[in-house]
Design a protein around this ligand. Structure first.
Ligand SMILES: [Zn+2]
Length: 879
């Protein structure tokens, strides 16, 4: 195997910047092929040293450099492919650099680029150096003044950070706008947008009376799809005032939606730039899931105004300081405005499926990584989602009031500064009465702890013992225990809660600190069965191992007073059934086609009945959703039985549907939503539950259920129900399915975001070795390999949500995905590297598959032009 040269950046090597830049004055003369950037920096030496001034620069065409107005001869500075070095500079001076960039050829979508003919930027983490020469690191904070000059016809709208201070016509067909941002910020928060855009506007008055003008800018044909995003923004602004006491601090807040975007959205100060997927929605084109996503991403980026912008990161090892905290904040917001239990289920599902998998493989890293080669590769579920769980543990350990006091103190103390995770911990620690040094392990140690729980009952007492197992990953082998909050309860054999102490408390939050911790509670002699409800609400991001039998799980699924744990018990019951069947089939060599287990069937039935009563329909829908094939695969450490998992899952769903088809039909009829589409909790829940019922029914090969789906597509006024019905048809092969897919593609051919849904549905159902269909999809006008949303919908979904085809024994799936990755790596390394992580855990597959996977990774790596982003991901996986 060839080794790629690694050149890591280390946290331990951090040094403060040699020079501060107090003020930045930028003038952009925008043109598609040749944008001219004039940058005037007010520079000051930081500390007593004689080191040269270093400015990062990437793919820039330099025109001139001047110090205090005097142009430097070429021997006065050095330029290489990483940037520019200027020795012998004064202690304080004005530096003027003029350079040019080509926004059209910028296919990496990083720096200044064009999307649908409009200019936009993406600078986090290191895109600013692709715009102009600058010490491009987050601990250099400056005040910005930005002048945009562009053709008046081509670019009627000119936006940047901060407040607008001037706009005028230049008389030569061009016009200019000037923006000033009074808040010091790092370069990664810089943004500009220029183009033919239309906007909707609204106003917000902050608690202290500041009038803020809100704008959402989109391409003209999308102007009727912005209302939901605007409502979400106003809700977020109000929530951050009410919940965290945080107010907005500029006269304008603008959002722009663009079609070509590597990530979800970007929190640039006063000018958020969004992937259009997270702004555009109207009932006919967007699903409830899209509405949810928009609400939470708009909130996330807005909340960054404090957790990220006003208080920013010192360096990129601190990424979770802003992301973990802000994800936690947006999760709490969504929980407050929607269903708390459903939100928690979604969060934990994502954590288990994506972060736990990452944490167990070659890409494992701590919430605060200690080294990286490409920071782009560290925008991970660990930094974001595990980071959020760690903040949630702070909240759970401190209680809300002390947590809020700590957060207030953090914002006050560090306002306008670039700080570290240590600063956050120290501020929170002032509120704490526990060992925060031990708690810090959550930031430093990779891997998901496993908590083994056992119980004994004797002499009127139940003793529960918790044992922590800390896996060796990412070169970390120590076994020291974590400090974690663990909420528990117990039930008797009829599902009645048991008191955990003399005062009658039915629920307790234990704080586990040791490798082994025991806790006892009294129990009446006549109670012969005690069922534990563990890690309620998922208070600690760990795996719980406990010897539940199917009856225990069925009891919790029915009776647990913690909704999250009810869902969890039901999921465990389904997984236990599947895993037992797969193991048995492996031993006997044949697919076991046994009876449906009674406990599971009864639990399924009682969920359907609960849907008619007081249970939240959306919660029931979550419970009825079968665990995904990749999550079931996580239950197997090696030789993942890809095909057996698929078959067992299909078979179980069929059996449940067969047993309960009458009830499913009743639920489907009863949950119908009257009237036209509205996005509200009740209607969303009804549609979600109907979707599950319809999908379940369509697991059966019966024309009546297909007709139900076809009728739903024909009669509905909204995309949620249309797409749910189409998805239900896709559960099995049929003529109706093929016709409906074709019709859908004809109806929505002109709508790229809707066609993304179609691409991902198609990607999910491609049969193993059906390379013709893959070629057909790739050639389809709805697909473009240059657009990250299209790539994620087809290549991303195929590789992650269609395991039987991706892992086809012939290797055809691996080959096709590797071909795409190699092609994309030629123009957008961030996207190719991200796609390649799907190959990371090749060791879990049987020898033949493992060989085929490593062969493809080797092929990606053995190219002279393999990007450093991709080389880091693949190199780590192969090492
Ligand atoms: Zn963020």
């Amino acid at each position: 195997m060839s080794e790629h040269k690694s050149n890591p950046v280390r946290l331990s090597d951090y040094l403060p910047p040699d020079y501060a830049v107090d003020h930045v004055d930028l003038v952009f003369e925008l043109s598609p092929r040749d944008a001219r950037v004039t940058s005037r920096l007010t520079v000051r030496r930081n500390g007593d040293h004689a080191r040269p001034l270093w400015l990062d620069g990437d793919e820039l065409r330099l025109e001139s450099v001047a110090i205090d107005g005097e142009t430097l001869a070429s021997e006065r500075f050095e330029v290489d492919e990483r940037g520019m070095s200027i020795p012998d500079v004064p202690g304080a001076f004005e530096l003027t650099v003029v350079n040019r960039v080509d926004p059209v050829d910028n296919t990496a979508l990083d720096g200044l680029y064009q999307s649908s003919g409009n200019f936009c930027t993406q600078c986090e983490p290191e895109g600013f150096r692709r715009i102009t020469f600058f010490p491009d690191r987050p601990d250099v904070l400056s005040r910005y003044r930005v002048t945009l000059i562009a053709d008046r016809e081509e670019c009627p709208v000119l936006l940047s950070n901060g407040n607008p201070v001037d706009q005028r016509d230049l008389g030569d067909g061009r016009h200019q706008a000037v923006w000033e941002d009074p808040h010091p910020k790092p370069s990664y928060l810089f943004a500009l947008v220029a183009g033919k855009l239309e906007a909707i506007h609204d106003r917000f008055t902050t608690a202290s009376g500041r009038e803020v003008e809100l704008g959402i800018y989109v391409e003209p044909h999308n102007i009727d799809r912005c209302d939901h995003a605007m409502r979400s923004l106003i809700k977020s602004m109000r929530w951050d005032e009410d919940t965290y006491g945080r107010e907005y601090d500029l006269d304008v807040f603008n959002i722009v939606a663009v079609d070509d975007f590597n990530m979800g959205a970007m929190e640039n100060k006063g000018l958020n730039i969004f992937n259009s997927k997270f702004i555009l929605a109207r009932a006919e084109t967007a699903t409830d899931a899209d509405y949810d996503g928009i609400e939470s991403v708009v909130a996330h980026e807005y909340f960054h105004n404090w957790s990220g912008n006003r208080v920013t990161c010192r360096d990129w090892f601190q990424l979770s300081l802003k992301e973990g905290f802000t994800v936690f904040r947006d999760q709490e917001f969504s929980s407050d405005v929607g269903s708390a239990a459903v939100k928690r289920i979604e969060e934990v599902n994502l954590l288990r499926q994506v972060q736990f998998a990452e944490d167990a493989g070659p890409q494992a890293h701590p919430v605060q990584p200690k080294e990286y080669e490409q920071i782009n590769n560290f925008y991970t579920a660990t930094v974001y989602n595990k980071g959020a769980e760690v903040v949630r543990m702070w909240r759970n350990l401190l209680g809300w009031d002390r947590f809020r006091a700590g957060s207030d103190r953090y914002f006050e103390r560090f306002d306008g500064q670039a700080v570290t995770i240590e600063d956050f911990i120290e501020t929170m620690a002032e509120q704490a009465d526990f060992d925060t040094a031990q708690f810090r392990r959550w930031y430093d140690r990779a891997g998901t702890p496993i908590v083994h729980v056992s119980k004994t009952q004797a002499n009127g007492e139940v003793r529960v013992t918790f044992e922590q197992e800390v896996p060796a990953v990412a070169g970390q082998e120590d076994r020291d225990p974590f400090l974690m909050p663990m909420r528990v309860a117990a039930f008797d054999g009829r599902g009645k809660p048991l008191p955990l102490d003399e005062s009658g408390t039915a629920e307790k939050t234990l704080v586990l600190r040791e490798s082994r911790t025991s806790f006892t509670f009294p129990v009446a002699e006549d109670i012969d069965r005690v069922v534990l409800s563990l890690n309620r609400g998922f208070t600690a991001p760990v795996k719980i191992e406990h010897d539940y039998d199917a009856d225990d799980l069925a009891l919790l699924a029915r009776a647990d007073s913690d909704e999250f744990n009810r869902w969890d018990a039901y999921q465990r019951l389904v997984i236990k059934t599947l895993v037992d069947r797969i193991r048995q089939a492996r031993e006997t060599g044949e697919c076991s086609d046994e009876e449906l287990p009674e406990g599971l069937s009864a639990a399924f039935g009682s969920l359907l009945h609960a849907a008619g009563g007081d249970s939240d329909a959306r919660f029931v829908a979550e419970c009825l959703t079968m665990p995904s094939e990749p999550y079931i695969a996580e239950q197997f450490e090696r030789d993942v039985p890809v095909d057996a998992i698929h078959q067992a899952r299909v078979r179980l769903r069929e059996q449940l549907a067969n047993e309960w088809s009458q009830s499913l039909m009743l639920v489907y009829e009863k949950q119908e939503v009257d009237g036209s589409y509205e996005y509200n909790g009740e209607d969303v829940g009804r549609r979600a539950l109907r979707a599950q019922a319809l999908a379940c029914l369509n697991a059966l090969d019966h024309p009546a259920w297909r007709r139900l789906a076809v009728e739903q597509i024909a009669s509905t006024d909204n995309m949620t129900e249309r797409f749910n019905a189409l998805s239900a048809l896709c559960v099995r092969e049929s003529e109706e399915r093929d016709q409906a897919l074709e019709q859908f593609a004809r109806d929505w051919a002109d709508d790229p975001l809707v066609m993304d849904k179609w691409l991902s549905l198609r990607a999910r159902i491609v049969a193993p070795d059906d390379t013709d269909t893959l070629a057909e999809l790739e050639a389809h006008p709805a697909f473009s390999i240059r657009n990250p949303n299209r790539v994620r919908s087809l290549v991303g979904v195929f590789s992650r949500a269609n395991p039987v085809a991706f892992h086809a024994a012939s290797g055809s799936g691996y080959r096709w995905v590797a071909d795409k990755i190699i092609e994309i790596d030629g123009f957008n390394p961030q996207i190719s590297a991200r796609l390649a992580t799907v190959f990371s855990r090749w060791r879990r597959y049987d020898g033949a598959r493992a060989d085929l996977m490593t062969e493809q990774m080797q092929r990606m790596l053995d190219r002279p032009d393999c990007s450093t982003d991709l080389a880091e991901i693949v190199g780590k996986a192969l090492r």
